[in-house]
Design a protein around this ligand. Structure first.
Ligand SMILES: CC1=C(CCC(=O)O)c2cc3nc(cc4[nH]c(cc5[nH]c(cc1n2)c(C)c5CCC(=O)O)c(CCC(=O)O)c4C)C(CCC(=O)O)=C3C
Ligand SMILES: [Fe+2]
Length: 375
């Protein structure tokens, strides 16, 4: 057995995710949870409901999180890291508040959170911190003693997140017909967000045109494109594009959309495309519908060969990266010097979201940051 690893002062890891429906009856209540107070047009909701019904009302995201939990527990056991792992969601069972209540009942006092979003943005970071504050408020109202909660830093540029995606792009290229393979263009995709949310993403000093959200995605795209060139000897043209736009049409969101981009690249003479969904941690509904169904149909209509590359999912390298991030953060909390592991031009992200990081339109309490209303 290896020497036991030390995650002191932490006594538990909490996987915090989006949640998704697990059957047709769940779809409407799930969408109501997601969109409560978020001003999404009714038409868009009907349409998104159809995406879920097309797959029997089941989002793959929950099973993917179960697989990630298994991978984390296996990795921790193999490396003698004695840290229990829990799971709670923003929008579907197991709900965050219920999980946190269970953790308190189990005596957990110092909780480290792993959110299934690798980048800075309101939706991917602060909104989860608001969910944590809401859950703490609920437990406080029940008279429970509150645990202290910290959130792991953004892992977009950790090698355990980037390398599985490099392999995915290489596999997609290899899967294209040989005569179009070397000429293929790569479309790195992520969730579109309102441009105002992008511009204010990340710490104050990163805010401005596109903010940390766009900057971080461009860093990852460049890393993958460089690694692919090193491994294949071919320089594939690439661009960061967007998918899954919602919201009212008059509000500007990040563009171009993947479908428009496929059309534009086809017209410009690209012989094939690889779509690499670097914005997502698993092949959930945004990937299955927006890329594998909608964008793939668009490419077929154009006669453009296209492949969609894999997200990290439960890749053992990703589980190992999370272990590495836990050990790094625990050491920091114990006052030790650490060299954080990160690829790319931006360096390791902050451990504690500073005041003003990814602000929300209507300020609300948030936990696990410098402006946390909780200890
Ligand atoms: C940045 C980002 C991520 C990536 C980071 C992260 O992973 O957190 C993400 C992930 C996800 N988004 C998901 C689903 C949905 N997102 C919606 C709506 C929205 N997403 C937004 C942003 C993001 N979303 C935004 C700005 C909105 C507009 C409304 C609002 O400001 O809140 C809606 C409402 C209908 C619609 O309009 O599409 C749904 C159903 C699922 C689950 C998929 C499954 O079930 O497998 C996942 C993983
Ligand atoms: Fe979303």
């Amino acid at each position: 057995m290896p020497d036991a690893l030390d995650a002191t002062p932490y006594d538990a890891l909490l996987l915090l995710s989006f949640g998704g429906p697990e059957g047709p009856d769940d779809v409407v209540p799930f969408l109501e949870n997601v969109t409560r107070g978020r001003g999404i047009p009714k038409e868009r909701l009907k349409e998104v409901g159809q995406h879920y019904f097309l797959f029997g009302g089941v989002s793959p995201i929950n099973d993917q999180n179960r697989a990630l939990l298994d991978a984390l527990r296996k990795d921790f056991a193999e490396h003698a890291l004695d840290l229990p792992v829990y799971w709670g969601n923003r929008n579907w069972a197991p709900y965050l508040t219920d999980t946190l209540r269970e953790m308190v009942a189990d005596g957990r006092r110092r909780i480290l959170v792993l959110a299934t979003s690798a980048y800075a943005s309101y939706s991917g970071c602060r909104q989860y911190r608001e969910n944590l504050a809401d859950a703490l408020a609920a437990l406080e109202a029940e008279g429970l003693e509150l645990p202290k909660i910290d959130k792991l830093r953004h892992y977009f540029n950790h090698p355990g997140f980037v390398e599985p995606m490099v392999d995915g792009v290489l596999r997609s290229l290899a899967d294209l017909p040989e005569d179009v393979r070397d000429g293929a263009h790569i479309a790195f995709t992520t969730h579109s967000i309102p441009t105002a949310a992008a511009d204010s993403s990340g710490p104050v000093e990163a805010q401005g045109e596109g903010g940390a959200y766009v900057e971080q995605h461009l860093d990852v795209a460049q890393l993958i494109a460089d690694a692919v060139r090193e491994r294949t000897g071919v320089d594939h043209p690439w661009r960061l594009v967007y998918q899954s736009r919602s919201g009212a049409p008059h509000i500007p969101w990040l563009e171009p959309d993947i479908c428009d981009h496929l059309e534009e690249r086809h017209a410009a003479g690209a012989p094939a495309m690889v779509m690499a969904p670097i914005g997502f941690v698993s092949d959930h509904m945004e990937v299955l519908y927006d890329l594998d169904t909608e964008a793939t149909a668009k490419a077929e209509e154009l006669g453009l060969p296209v492949r969609r590359s894999a997200t990290v999912g439960a890749d053992p390298r990703f589980a190992a990266a999370i272990r590495d991030l836990i050990l790094e953060r625990s050491a920091v909390e114990r006052g030790q010097e650490v060299t954080p592991c990160a690829l790319g031009a931006l360096g390791a992200s902050h451990n504690l979201c500073p005041v003003g990081c990814c602000p929300s339109r209507a300020p609300r309490p948030a936990a696990a940051g410098a402006d946390s209303t909780y200890a």
